[in-house]
Design a protein around this ligand. Structure first.
Ligand SMILES: *Cc1c(COP(=O)(O)O)cnc(C)c1O
Length: 436
């Protein structure tokens, strides 16, 4: 499969190049040249397949030309050692719990898949030995933990997680500072945007790139975002088992729009979804685009659903490209919603009082969008993107009820924190990397 850039000014790339480089030379995002349809037989039998079986079929359609069957199967089966169950919240609204991975974030699937695919290419390219690939990732919390845990112990890859000092929650910090081995946490004296700028500067620095191989692991990378399509096939299969899949509406709480983009790729492969809803917090750039046809990035606003605080969603370019830039095609399929912190809190309180289900602030946007937007006969599934214990203090304060911390999360908190202090200064960061 060839991958082109959404900016159309860079040469076509192989999957290997797209995964190792992340971004195209013209700063565009890579898109597969074709999206293969899955046959009717697949959808007729999907309810009888395991999550791993159906995901392997989806992965084959995307990656089957570039990765041999046995290796791809191993990558998919290793990645999906956990399930994403669909749980009824009301008669017509279901929570797709995406937080059953090792760090309790939906980003675990993409991170694990990318780590294994990258390792496959490194080993194939170099007969099993060669120069280490260095993954740089800036994080405000969840991306760092998912990527660090996804890549932990993977030979040939070293991960540097840059995070803003004092600005990630203690639970999140433990999830990437206690691992050791091939994971180095770098505590930057600055804010998230400073971390992001250090990473961007590193990718553009010729001397540094001659010294070491660098790649990125956020949702601009095709290997990070595409595997998230697996979730939506799994949701469909589960609803089909319940006889509820005929008018399925998928609602995705969105920030950088990688997750919903993967769901849209699933739809393009034939997954029967009636329509989509992108749920936003107060960062309403995509919502405004749907209303007006104009895409106007803004500085991000801080909200309760902080993993969605994005003012210029990177995967918007992919969505636009997928529908030939047509606002009409996009608005026929994708609907929008936007919620203030006050509305998010009200939703969490009300949902807990009425149903007993504990939403995290991100999932709350998804649930509310379905509650307001679902039409008669439709069944809605929203992505519950994080375990509520990840935002324990906020959730407990809002719903006035204890949230238990799962064992897996508590285990991270018993580890010893190790991080490299770093001033907010590219020269210092570069010199640190040059000396590695
Ligand atoms: C990353 C994240 C999101 C946003 O996902 P995108 O793919 O960037 O749209 C939503 N909720 C949580 C909890 C996240 O960690």
């Amino acid at each position: 499969m060839h991958y082109y850039s959404t900016n159309h000014q860079a040469p076509m790339a192989s999957l290997e190049k797209a995964v190792i480089k992340g971004l195209a030379e013209d700063r565009g995002l890579y898109m597969p040249e074709t999206i293969k349809q899955l046959p009717q037989e697949f959808f007729d039998n999907i309810q009888d397949m395991t999550f791993q079986e159906m995901s392997f079929r989806v992965a084959e359609a995307f990656f089957g030309e570039d990765v041999d069957t046995a290796s791809l199967k191993r990558i998919v089966y290793d990645t999906l050692s956990f399930d994403t169950p669909v749980v009824a919240v009301t008669d017509s609204i279901y929570s797709l719990e995406l937080f059953h991975g090792p760090t309790l974030a939906f980003k675990d699937v993409g991170a694990r898949f990318m780590a294994r695919l990258l390792q496959y290419f490194i080993q194939r390219g170099q007969g099993g030995q060669g120069e280490t690939v260095n993954v740089l990732v800036a994080t405000s919390g969840d991306t760092g933990s998912a990527v660090a845990n996804g890549f932990l112990g993977v030979d040939g890859i070293h991960v540097y997680v840059l995070y803003p000092k004092g600005k990630v929650s203690p639970i999140q910090e433990c999830q990437f500072t206690t691992l050791g081995r091939n994971i180095t946490a770098i505590e930057v004296d600055g804010v998230f945007d400073d971390c992001q700028a250090l990473v961007k500067n590193a990718f553009m620095d010729d001397e540094l790139n001659r010294h070491m191989r660098l790649t990125s692991a956020n949702s601009i990378n095709v290997a990070r975002f595409l595997p998230q399509a697996f979730y939506y096939f799994n949701a469909y299969a589960q609803l089909k088992r319940m006889g509820k899949a005929d008018q399925m509406v998928i609602c995705v709480p969105s920030g950088n729009f990688g997750n919903i983009c993967a769901a849209l790729f699933g739809h393009a492969m034939g997954l029967p979804v009636k329509r989509f809803i992108a749920a936003n917090n107060a960062n309403d750039i995509f919502y405004n685009y749907l209303q007006t046809g104009r895409y106007e990035p803004k500085p991000s606003k801080q909200t309760l659903a902080n993993a969605m605080d994005v003012g210029d969603p990177s995967n918007f370019a992919r969505i636009l490209d997928l529908y030939g830039g047509s606002h009409e095609r996009i608005t026929n399929l994708i609907f929008g919603a936007t919620y203030t912190d006050e509305q998010i809190a009200d939703t969490m309180r009300q949902c807990f009082a009425e149903t007993g289900y504990i939403l995290d602030p991100h999932g709350a946007c998804g649930y509310q969008a379905l509650k307001e937007g679902l039409r008669p006969g439709e069944v809605g599934v929203f992505g519950e993107t994080a375990h509520p214990a990840k935002f324990k203090d906020t959730v407990e304060r809002i719903i006035q009820h204890d949230v238990a911390i799962p064992d897996r999360l508590a285990a991270f908190m018993r580890g010893t924190k190790q991080s490299v202090p770093m001033p907010n200064d590219f020269a210092a960061f570069k010199s640190f990397l040059m000396n590695r």
